[in-house]
Design a protein around this ligand. Structure first.
Ligand code: SAH
Ligand code: MG
Length: 195
């Protein structure tokens, strides 16, 4: 991992207003990854590859991250960034809409990171659970969505996203197979461990 390159990638993403993972959220996930030592990670929402590059450091020997992104220009930039960070052998980008790609996947993943369209989180959860390994962990970013999710706020133009995030959190919390934490770091991080 090339740290100078990683810092440049982060700075450019922030300048371009790309919603990359926030520092406090990343720190929490890194601590979990250090314990979990995943060999397969699935990421939904690559953007320019920043989070995937950060996670790649915690993979077991010959581990792999599959990461899904639908925007062509972002995929192109992610490929360049992954190359600059010298982690091409660890990150596999799947280009397209995760709603279409996920049902075609059949691997088992130790970690799933959900970080794409908020309105699709219930569907992403269903697919994540289908492929999650025993003792696997799901991380989901932006689950509190600027505080809207836990307030009585429902007049926003993003109300479908808020409703679906609430449904997502309820499904997590009602699942007896999962040990769930909702943290107020960044834009809200859910951690669900399969027990
Ligand atoms: N995980 C990245 C940030 C992802 S931002 C990081 O922390 O560095 C969310 C990304 O998800 C955006 O680039 C957006 O284009 C993509 N996205 C949103 N909905 C998607 C979908 N349904 N399928 C694939 N990509 C999606
Ligand atoms: Mg996010």
């Amino acid at each position: 991992m090339n740290r100078v390159e990683l810092e440049k990638i982060k700075e450019k993403a922030l300048q371009d207003h790309i919603p990359i993972i926030m520092d406090d959220t990343l720190e929490v996930i890194k601590k979990e990854l250090l314990h979990n030592k995943p060999s397969k990670i699935l990421e939904i929402g690559t953007a320019v590859g920043y989070s995937a590059i950060c996670f790649s450091e915690f993979l077991q020997e010959s581990g792999i991250i599959d990461t899904i992104e639908r925007e062509e220009t972002r995929v192109a930039e992610a490929r360049e960034n992954i190359k600059k960070a010298e982690v091409e052998d660890k990150i596999n980008i799947l280009q397209g809409d995760a709603v279409e790609i996920l049902p075609t996947l059949n691997d088992t993943y130790d970690v799933v990171f959900i970080d794409a369209s908020k309105g699709k989180y219930p569907f992403f959860l269903k697919e994540a659970l289908r492929m999650l390994a025993p003792k696997g962990i799901i991380f989901a970013d932006n689950v509190l969505y600027k505080g809207y999710v836990l307030s009585d706020y429902n007049k926003h133009k993003q109300r479908t996203a808020v409703r679906n995030l609430r449904e997502f959190l309820a499904e997590l919390q009602n699942n007896p197979e999962l040990e769930v934490q909702i943290l107020e770091v960044g834009d809200g991080l859910a951690i669900a461990k399969r027990i």
